[in-house]
Design a binder for this molecule. Structure first.
Ligand code: AMP
Ligand code: GLY
Length: 431
């Protein structure tokens, strides 16, 4: 029996650990640091914040003391900072996540742009700029396109992209952008079409995709209005990309990228997230991320039929082709319940009621992202973050039913003053 360590503390990590714990081969799932909502079944939380690279030694000690068989890293920050390298150097080789060098696929947009260009992957036309003057010149050259996108080169927590309607707007925005995110930018052609995401597991050689596309809802308010957030809900399968399209993205885009990275001596093992846009000319890449999406992971894990421990375990061993990865029929829908004020400042410590009642509905799972346990509070929870819960419903009958299941569960859960949440998650699938 195996012990698995999940690094991170959000809804994504809860969903991963919840699914991994369903494996008959898993004895225990530990989360570092996790959150108290993850304390269920064979899971426990340990007080080491593995998402901070300065705790790499503590994580390594934990792996030894607890005799951990497989470590799964959720968030991008410790990956891009080299957590996997440090663990590998200490002799821990069963770690699922890319090394620092392979993480450049997300942490350096110039690197991912170059790789895609070298092997002819469809992406937005763009130019690498090393100074604001370069960027100004590029914007002028790009003026033939309908709008221009300014993208910071490095990691910006999803904030370093400015989509401009015109060349004039881009020329006005550029100095502001440089001040906030640095002068190295990609100036890209603006693409039009519905966005979708494809998630794959890579063993360094090939990519096995989740056979469904998952659509996130980044803006705070219904109808895609308001400021951008980390994601207010997600559902899958998204009709914009059929299972065939997803497979094509995995075979013709993700696998070639992974094979090219292997050739370059920086093999990529881990979750691979393709941020895609369905243009009139077919799917094009907007960006790659080196991790699972959050909240996308929550409906994603609800749809996985197979043993997730086994899949990830075979992937770290480079034997993904020996796994038959299966999915459930139907659909899943996740509605994020957030604190009023998110993505700005918000109050914490509000008592949450109704989680148990929601989970009594069949095929509902409430994943915890920002909760804290009330001291001596009989397992009651209070809010402790911006995105607090991911209320996720599944139905074999499809997205309309899955959406009803999720919103029925949402109606059971309350805090004083009410939640900030979207009432239209998955509506796009029903139009
Ligand atoms: P990224 O961080 O690269 O995923 O970009 C964040 C968001 O900016 C995406 O989800 C898109 O909505 C938008 N975006 C990025 N690149 C482009 C592009 N070339 N054309 C249109 N929209 C884009
Ligand atoms: N939900 C978007 C992301 O995880 O990047």
């Amino acid at each position: 029996m195996a012990k698995v360590l999940v690094i991170g503390s959000g809804g994504r990590e809860h969903a991963l650990g919840w699914k991994i714990a369903q494996s008959e081969e898993v004895e225990e799932v530990l989360y570092a640091p996790g959150n108290p909502g993850m304390l269920e079944g064979k899971c426990k939380v340990v007080p080491v914040d593995g998402s901070k690279i300065e705790n790499a030694d503590a994580i390594s000690n934990l792996i030894e003391q607890e005799n951990i068989d497989l470590t799964v890293v959720g968030p991008e920050a410790p990956l891009a900072a080299g957590l996997v390298n440090t663990l590998n150097n200490r002799g821990h080789n069963r770690v699922f996540g890319p090394t620092k060098q392979a993480s450049l696929l997300e942490s350096d947009k110039f690197y991912s742009y170059d790789i895609m260009k070298e092997i002819g992957i469809p992406q937005a036309n763009s130019m690498k700029c090393f100074s604001t003057q370069d960027a100004v010149n590029a914007i002028k050259i790009m003026s033939e396109t309908e709008g221009v996108v300014i993208k910071a080169r490095g990691l910006t927590g999803g904030k370093g992209v400015t989509v401009c309607d015109s060349k004039e707007e881009a020329l006005t925005e550029i100095s502001n952008h440089a001040e906030n995110y640095g002068s190295h930018v990609l100036i890209a052609e603006r693409l039009f079409g519905q966005e979708f995401s494809v998630f794959g597991i890579s063993d360094g050689e090939q990519v096995s995709p989740l056979e469904i596309s998952i659509q996130d809802h980044k803006p705070l308010l219904d109808g895609d209005k308001g400021p951008n957030t980390g994601g207010m809900g997600a559902y899958g399968p998204a009709p914009v990309a059929s299972a065939e399209v997803v497979k094509k993205v995995a075979d013709d885009i993700m696998t070639p990228v992974v094979q090219e990275m292997k050739k370059k001596g920086t093999p990529y093992k881990g979750f691979l997230y393709g941020g895609m846009i369905m243009t009139e000319k077919g799917p094009k890449v907007i960006e790659f991320n080196i991790r699972f999406g959050d909240p996308e992971c929550q409906p994603g894990m609800m749809m996985v039929e197979s043993d997730m421990y086994k899949a990830l375990s075979y992937a770290v061993d480079g034997k993904l082709n020996e796994v038959d990865f299966k999915f459930k029929p139907g659909a899943a829908c996740c509605v994020v319940l957030a604190s009023q004020g998110y993505p700005g400042s918000y109050e914490k410590g509000l008592l949450i009621k109704g989680i148990e009642e929601a989970e009594q509905i069949s095929a509902v799972k409430v994943f915890h992202a920002g909760t804290r346990e009330v001291e001596n509070g009989d397992g009651r929870f209070v809010t402790a973050g911006g995105r607090v819960l991911g209320v996720t419903g599944y139905s074999p009958a499809g997205i309309s039913e899955a959406q009803k299941v999720a919103y029925n569960a949402v109606s059971k859960i309350s805090i004083p003053g009410g939640w900030a949440y979207r009432q239209d998650i998955a509506d796009k699938a029903l139009k």
